[in-house]
Design a protein around this ligand. Structure first.
Ligand code: NKO
Length: 207
């Protein structure tokens, strides 16, 4: 990492903490150096930053956000922020052969020992509900059965920086990390995806 990207990464992590008050709660799990998939509800550009800034600094360089290539590859600034500062993997989200390549790069990354941050809804919602999960998480779980899948519930971040806004409103947000899940033997795709979505929602109960 160059001095400029490392400075930008430090600034982004510090700003994220300042703006969101980022309270990370670890429920039935703790930070780990093992390759993991952190999967969360998605409604704000802050989501990735909050999960990333919640991890101990030493783990941050080993966790790779999965980012939509059509959005984060669009301008030089976005590409730099995503791929250089946050070490994101750019993937196609349009389906077809792009999905096969995306799955391959996710699995290769996990097998190399790095973790992923994944937003299985595939797009930002308005923060009022968690949408249906796309099947990528299931295929990753199938191909990497030993990797811990950690549900994360992000609270309030879409009120701080909603989709389409550029200036954040400083109010408190939080990230709740839940117990690791795995694909169960013989578990059907839709059952697994419903269980994963329910795991995110359960962590947000009472907030
Ligand atoms: C306003 C300034 C905010 C600066 C934020 C810098 C954050 C860099 C984050 C880079 C990696 C982000 C990966 C997020 C996952 C993802 O790619 O979700 C899709 C949305 O993103 C855009 O698609 P959409 O919600 O459909 O508009």
């Amino acid at each position: 990492m160059s001095a400029a990207t490392s400075l930008a990464a430090g600034l982004l992590a510090g700003l994220t903490r300042l703006i969101t008050g980022v309270r990370a709660r670890w429920v039935c799990t703790a930070p780990s150096t093992a390759a993991r998939v952190y999967f969360a509800n998605h409604a704000s550009h802050l989501d990735t930053l909050v999960i990333w800034a919640s991890l101990p600094k030493a783990l941050r360089t080993r966790v790779r956000p999965v980012a939509a290539a059509d959005y984060w590859g669009k301008s030089r600034l976005r590409r730099w922020l995503a791929t250089e500062v946050l070490n994101a993997l750019l993937v196609e989200r349009s389906g077809g052969s792009g999905s096969r390549e995306a799955l391959h790069s996710l699995v290769t990354t996990l097998k190399a020992g790095d973790s992923l941050i994944l937003f299985p809804e595939g797009t930002r919602g308005d923060g009022s509900a968690v949408g249906a999960l796309r099947p990528g998480l299931y295929f990753v779980a199938e191909q990497c059965p030993d990797v811990e899948l950690i549900p994360v519930h992000l609270h309030n971040l879409s009120r701080i920086l909603p989709k389409g806004e550029l200036l954040p409103v400083p109010i408190m947000g939080s990230a709740t990390f839940g117990a690791p899940m795995h694909l169960r033997p013989g578990e059907h795709r839709d059952s697994f995806l419903n269980r994963a979505r329910a795991a995110i929602l359960d962590l947000g109960e009472g907030q």
